[in-house]
Design a protein around this ligand. Structure first.
Ligand SMILES: [Zn+2]
Length: 224
């Protein structure tokens, strides 16, 4: 067996083990939301639910790194994964902002979904960050754009099991469980593929000077 095929098997095993953790956390999260809420447990459930959004985004970003062949224990990948966690967890703060209260009774009575749950708006912001990173030749901003996309997509996808997606002004039907699992586990592969296509296209279209700039930032095409 060649070294390359060994690496491929290790990569597949890593992907399978992280994807399995992702599914276990998702199932636990679903179970959590079916628990009857009382004034005592409602804050714990809301906080745990928000943390589950974070964990799913963070594991999804690790899967993106695995697909790109990056070592997931490197500091930079762990920081990126933490950023995905914080971004996905922060999205639910819009409920509090729109209700102007931390009282869960008031928060749960909002007539519309809050603005950070508008998928078309958040996708536009993600694509803008990715584009700004490219235009300013700033690979940190560019990478954050993909992290932001992973965080919002995994968060909105999980919410869509109950509420569907909100593509302003339209709402879709709730996403069936099988489609949720399929999309959640394949999204990192698609994200990684898109990242490589964008990076290759960008570097091919630009002069060698741009290549030098990227290399000066200690980032090459393998890492994009
Ligand atoms: Zn949400």
């Amino acid at each position: 067996m060649t070294i390359k095929s060994n690496q491929w098997i290790i990569c597949e095993l890593k992907y399978l083990s992280i994807a399995s953790s992702l599914l276990v956390i998702s199932i636990f999260g679903d179970h959590l939301l079916s628990i009857k809420r009382t004034p005592v447990n409602s804050y714990v459930i809301a906080l745990t639910d928000t943390l589950i959004h974070g964990m799913i985004a963070s594991l999804s970003w690790l899967l993106v790194a695995v697909t790109k062949g990056q070592p997931i224990y490197e500091n930079i990948i762990l920081i990126e994964s933490l950023l995905a966690f914080m971004t996905a967890s922060a999205i639910d703060f819009d409920h509090v902002l729109e209700a102007r209260s931390f009282d869960l009774k008031i928060v749960s009575q909002l007539s519309d979904r809050p603005f950070l749950h508008n998928t078309s708006l958040m996708l536009s912001i993600s694509l803008s960050i990715i584009a700004i990173g490219l235009l300013r030749h700033n690979w940190l901003i560019h990478t954050y754009g993909w992290i932001f996309l992973t965080a919002i997509f995994t968060h909105h996808l999980r919410d869509a099991i109950r509420h569907g997606f909100w593509f302003y002004p339209f709402h879709t039907k709730p996403v069936p469980q099988w489609l949720y699992v399929l999309t959640l586990t394949s999204f990192p592969l698609i994200c990684s593929l898109l990242m490589n296509i964008v990076a290759k296209e960008w570097l091919e279209r630009h002069s060698i000077n741009d290549n030098i700039k990227y290399q000066a930032m200690d980032l090459n095409l393998e890492e994009v």
